[in-house]
Design a protein around this ligand. Sequence first.
Ligand SMILES: [Cu+2]
Length: 802
Amino acid sequence: MQSKVLLALLPAVCLCWQAFPIRAQQSPTAAGNPVATSRVAGVIKDPSGAVVPGAKVELLNLASGVKDCVSSDRQGRFVFDKVPVGRYQVTVHAKGFDTAVIPDLSVAAGSETDANVALKIAPARTDVEVNAPATGGGAPTPRTIDDTSRAGSRNAAELVAETPGVSLRENGQLASIPFLHGLGDERAKLVVDGMTVSSACANHMNPPLSYIAPSQAAEVTVMAGITPVSLGGDSLGGTIAVDSRDPAFANASEHLREETASSGFYRSNGENYGGAFFEWVAGRNLGIGYTGSWATNDDYTDGSGHKVTSTYAQSTDHAVTLAAQGAGNLVVLQAGLHHTPYEGFVNAQMDMVRNYAESLNLHYRRSFEGGGLDARVFWQGAWHSMNIGHDKSTFPMPMWMPMNTHGRDIGYSVKLDLPLTDRHTLRLGNELHRFVLDDRWPAVAGAAPMMGPNTFVSIDDGRRMRLGTFVEIASKWNPKWTTLFGLRNDTVWTNTGPVQGYSDMYAMDADAFNTLNRAHTDPDIDATALARYEPNSHSTYEFGFARKSRAPNLYERYAWSTNMMASGMIGWFGDGNYYVGNVGLEPETANTVSGTASWNGGTAAPWAIKLIPYLTYIQDYVDVDTMMTTMYGMSTFAQLQFANHSARIGGADLSASSAIWNSHTYGEGKIAGVAGWLHGERTDTSTPLYQMMPLNLRVALDEELKGWTAGLGVQAVDRKSNVDPNRLEQTTPGYALFNLHSGYRRGHLQVSAAADNLLNKDYELPMGGVNFDDFMASGWMSQIKPLTGGGRSFHGSLTARF
Ligand SMILES: [Cu+2]
């Protein structure tokens, strides 16, 4: 144990970003005690067995976080000398190959530790991951979530907030909704630990990313635009995958592997605090682990000092993992429990008053020479209740209205990677996702005929089943050219049972709906073609085309009531409007052309620039037609029916980073920036699409020195002037926010402290929708206003790992 603590004192002089390896200076410990050291060496080979020179090899001490980097030589060999004994992670990046990781390598005193690595050919992919430039726009390297990123995120969606091409819709404190290149919510595929689940709520209060706490997330992968069909299915905008940590087993030199981590955080604005605990015990073949987290927060205050009501939340998550490995096989079974006793929604008429979900996830993986088999079966049940939460109940005219949904997701996926030749890898797959939903609103005593005497059946036994099959070929023609071609079919079946209203006043709509043929079968075809050209080690160019489809969700097709009160309960847009479904709705199809150009300065000048332009035409885009508008006090709202229209979204992401200094005294300093611009409009009316993020820029200046990190960031957002007339969307002014953060890692402990919105700027969120609470508090009289963001907040967190 003492040696582990001493290891933390070794200076970390190397950050492995952008082909920028510098040998770490391994020095005796500060205390002068000799630390037993050893040697780690290996050879990097490609699937044909040929050696790979110039691969970047990173050695990370799992206890101290100290990193070292080297490149493989002409014989593909690399060596780390004087490595203190302990447990390490080895990561290998090489152009044109998937990143390879040896998650846990035990280095014992004396003999040399072998770390030979066989790389797999990466399918060419458009990659929006700014933190993984080392592969030069290659495979979508999962980004490892660090403690700083966890501490700065209220929910799992915020872990990807700073990725180029991503913007977030405000949707409660636990359930922000990511958009990729202007296409979000169910237009982006969100995958948590390989599971695809649907929001079991007419307001999407429980979307997929709300089921994993930031403390449980270990890795995140973001792909926008041209994504491989193997990651497709309901992914018009792209795919975001969040994964908890992979099981680690005891290696040859250990009897038992035990890991423990615990963490706590506090955020001043809104009194947000919580904690997480993780325990893992494994032998060489079997492992068991538990992870749990709890968080609570009160309403936040905006920059003008105004309390933003119904922004409170509380949540608890538990997961138990069992894992077994042997002879190239890995089986992992994960069981999860998620409980949100309450969560306010300031931009909705209702709040979440309970959400409870259980999940089971069985994963099997087998690797063989150059390929592998990956199979998964999963189930999730969600019981969700909406009503008037404790803030809204204090307003004049509070409405008591229980609404209960029960959602069941079940699915499987099978993927097979087969090396055809040295040049070509074939990927085949088949997957199923079936979602069943019941949405019932119990009668309210004394409120008939508006809300009684019967139960309002919003969705009865609604079913949406998607069966996907794909084939994909990744080819590396020569060191400069890589291609990826894929073809995919998703057939989607939707249907729902007969419905009823609270009373006879709903009978006309209900009867009409019940006589309709509601069953749909939508056979959708997706295709991807992508080429990557790497003329030299300083530049990479990618260009491609993708066609992707999404069949409508259950509410878009089957929300049946035109009654104002009932249609006001439908809609996940935070705009206060009233939504009615459309049984005749067709699937939407996006045709995207996109490119990536990236350049870097190489070892001598560590800088990198990446530009991603894109253009998407969406046929049968699911938008809305206005049925009527209505005024309450000074505010106008619209009753809207889902309808197919055509739309176009074009834009560009630009990201850049550069080292500014690098010395023993001042450590490493770097500057990084991300800018995004997009324009979306309906092509038939030339009107803007709803919630298109305005021009925005993030710049961060960071320094790292011997376990210390410190940084200054600024986020600038332009005025939102292109607004959707159908949803009566309001413009929002431009703003700039500053933040400061710092962290320190020593031995088992990581401490971080930060200040957000340092200047306490009062600003309106361009993707925040409206502050429906303030409008309700005025007795439905005032002019409704856009939602304001949080004022200044200080936060701190502490994590201990053993
Ligand atoms: Cu809900």
